[in-house]
Design a protein around this ligand. Structure first.
Ligand SMILES: [Fe+2]
Length: 169
């Protein structure tokens, strides 16, 4: 895995664990922190490969994770970390939706607002109207997950610095 993707994944794990701890306190006491951490660390596991050879990093990564671990919750979090195709239900899918959201708060190796993260994605990947539309949809889904988590956790996640290294606005 390239160094910058490794760094990004470690920071996504930090954010995801922070949110997962809050979730355990508030509404999902059985949530496994180990599973959340593993999903965060693995969400971009195939990115290095697909940068070189093409293909979907989320699909390939999920296939690798399913094959190696046999854990469907872990594989689902990897498979759907860009676009979420199921019900927006943080009680039903806490691991996957925490990863989905946390990834949208980490630009490279920096915790940012979702707006900042998506500006960067649009610049890098928004090469066609269709690509822009997909990025926009992903942002809208991210905002929905943020609102749902905030409702459950009673915190303003967008003003949350997670690791206290940097406040975001
Ligand atoms: Fe990714």
């Amino acid at each position: 895995m390239p160094e910058h993707i490794r760094e990004h994944s470690f920071l996504v794990a930090e954010v995801a664990l922070h949110i997962a701890r809050l979730c355990r306190k508030r509404f999902v006491p059985e949530l496994s922190l180990a599973l959340v951490e593993a999903a965060a660390l693995l969400h971009d596991v195939a990115k290095g490969y697909t940068i070189r050879h093409g293909g979907s990093h989320s699909q390939l990564g999920a296939a690798w994770v399913q094959e190696r671990t046999g854990n469907a919750i872990l594989a689902r979090a990897v498979l759907h970390h860009v676009y979420w195709p199921f019900a927006m239900d943080v009680r039903c899918y806490p691991v996957a939706l925490i990863i989905f959201y946390s990834d949208k708060r980490v630009k490279h190796a920096e915790i940012v607002s979702m707006g900042e993260r998506f500006e960067d994605l649009l610049q890098r990947y928004g090469k066609t109207p269709l690509a822009c539309k997909h990025i926009q949809l992903s942002l809208e889904q991210g905002r929905t997950v943020e609102a749902l988590l905030e409702q459950e956790l009673k915190v303003d996640l967008n003003a949350y610095s997670f690791d206290c290294r940097r406040m975001v606005g």
